[in-house]
Design a binder for this molecule. Structure first.
Ligand SMILES: Nc1ncnc2c1ncn2[C@@H]1O[C@H](COP(=O)(O)OP(=O)(O)OP(=O)(O)O)[C@@H](O)[C@H]1O
Length: 463
């Protein structure tokens, strides 16, 4: 495209909230309702707790709880300094408490709960000792990869040298028959599962939870909100296992109505009564490294505008979020917006990034292929629906584009959080919303709810 596009930043009414003090501290806030309940809440801080002078290393926090070979493995892969959520939550988890990990996207919740698991499992025992429940196959594959990365640590004790812990991914779209034989022959130490596949195994009594010491539910708010998954999840939490026999961890960057949720956890016996709510960056849920912008245009100009943005931003890698196709549009036989956008980009985009698609309607193999291409390539533009919005960790992503606005503020938070996933980097990452003028008030609502500021960007639309 030969036309120039000059980006001019307009309107930057930065909100300066009274809480943005550059101090980092924590406080204990006992709840009236549950005197035993601890709520650890880190106030927003410019300096992360983990970067303050004299803050402990990850090894120091984990020293008396993790075997030495796992500690060494952590350092080999570069996990030296704890993130804030790791620093706050690990001592609580190691002391045996159930925990609700409530911290920003990209803050390191996965490693937090995995370190608890590795502190408790005994590789000599042939039984499933930890279960991690995730909402999607893609997130399950990612968590499995991190768990296996820790599991390859070689034991120094010659008796245990060849007895490393095993990690099974029991995910929708997998080969359940093969898993069945594996579970019967030699149960894995850790299972990462989607609720559908797990429930099938539990119903057929192929899989028992008698020896489970840790149960983790990742993206817990999403699972409780999903009409397809919630009843199986409740069964897992109460009928198939008892909170007294296990340590329970719920994790998410968003737990709307968290007091209500904690109340339910205790009442329904999903957790023990002294569950601790670790709430990091309580008042500022959106990572500070994200810069948010919006561009207003007509509906028909969106494709061209996205192209102009890609040409001026030059992302290293980016994710373009598109809304799900409505049932009405499907029935009318129309092509989904994802297909239209992919076709447009493949013919008009002349940059170096690979254009890839990820959406729910693709079969599991194509979905896996897209993600593996994303991880192996030199740079990508991933066009996706909200299936990529939760948990997916692609640290190379520098730009997020909301080609269609998400439905809720929580969805916005998770989409935006697919970038800015380098805990100790001081780089800035960009989230851009391409909206029509009537959507401005929706975006404003998200800004108010999530306490961030979105700047307007005016582009000279190409002729
Ligand atoms: N202590 C650490 N040091 C360096 N990098 C870390 C550390 N802990 C986690 N990370 C990295 O931070 C990135 C984000 O971690 P993770 O995927 O656990 O985030 P999360 O809190 O689960 O985010 P989300 O809510 O979006 O799922 C990962 O790439 C991970 O490898």
């Amino acid at each position: 495209m030969g036309c120039s596009n000059t980006a001019t930043l307009l309107l930057s009414t930065l909100k300066t909230p009274p809480y943005s003090k550059p101090s980092a501290f924590r406080f204990l806030q006992p709840r009236k309702l549950y005197p035993n309940l601890l709520c650890l809440s880190g106030k927003p801080s410019i300096t992360p707790l983990s970067c303050l002078p004299n803050s402990p290393t990850l090894r120091e926090i984990c020293r008396n709880h993790l075997p030495d070979h796992v500690l060494r493995r952590l350092e080999e892969v570069g996990y030296l300094v704890p993130t804030d959520v790791q620093m706050e939550a690990l001592p609580i988890l190691f002391s045996g408490n159930d925990c609700i990990l409530h911290a920003q996207t990209g803050s390191g919740k996965t490693l937090t709960y995995l370190l608890l698991i590795f502190s408790l499992i005994n590789p000599k025992r042939s039984a499933v000792q930890a279960l991690i429940v995730v909402p999607t196959r893609e997130l399950g594959m990612q968590v499995t990869k991190v768990a296996r990365m820790l599991a390859v640590a070689r034991h120094m004790d010659p008796e245990l040298e060849h007895k490393s812990c095993t990690v099974m991914a029991l995910l929708d779209g997998g080969m359940l028959r093969r898993h069945k034989s594996w579970l019967k022959a030699e149960p894995p130490t850790i299972v990462v599962a989607t609720i559908g596949s797990l429930s099938q195994m539990l119903q057929k009594h192929i899989f028992k939870l008698d020896s489970m010491q840790v149960l983790v539910v990742d993206e817990v708010d999403f699972l409780f909100n999903s009409s397809k998954q919630v009843s199986s999840l409740r069964m897992l939490l109460t009928s198939y296992s008892s909170c007294n026999n296990r340590q329970t961890v719920f994790a998410s960057a968003s737990i709307p109505q968290h007091r209500r949720f904690i109340h339910d956890c205790i009442q329904q016996k999903w957790t023990k009564g002294d569950v601790v709510h670790v709430h990091v960056n309580r008042i500022k849920p959106m990572p500070a490294c994200l810069r948010h912008r919006f561009v207003i245009c007509g509906r028909k100009e969106k494709h061209q505008l996205l192209l102009s943005l890609l040409q001026s931003d030059l992302p290293k890698s980016g994710i373009i979020f598109v809304g799900e196709q409505s049932e009405k549009s499907k029935k009318a036989g129309k092509a989904p917006s994802t297909t239209l956008l992919i076709d447009f980009l493949r013919t008009s985009y002349d940059g170096s990034l690979e254009i890839l698609l990820l959406e729910e309607d693709m079969n599991f193999n194509s979905r896996a292929a897209s993600l593996s291409d994303v991880r192996q390539g030199d740079g990508y533009l991933l066009v996706s629906t909200d299936i990529a919005a939760r948990g997916i960790d692609l640290p190379e992503t520098t730009h997020i584009y909301n080609f269609d606005l998400p439905k809720t503020a929580v969805d916005y938070l998770h989409r935006a959080g697919r970038t800015g996933r380098m805990p100790f980097s001081d780089k800035k990452y960009t989230v851009t919303n391409i909206i029509v003028s009537e959507e401005r008030f929706v975006l404003q609502r998200f800004e108010n709810e999530l306490m961030f500021n979105c700047e307007e960007l005016t582009l000279e639309v190409p002729c």
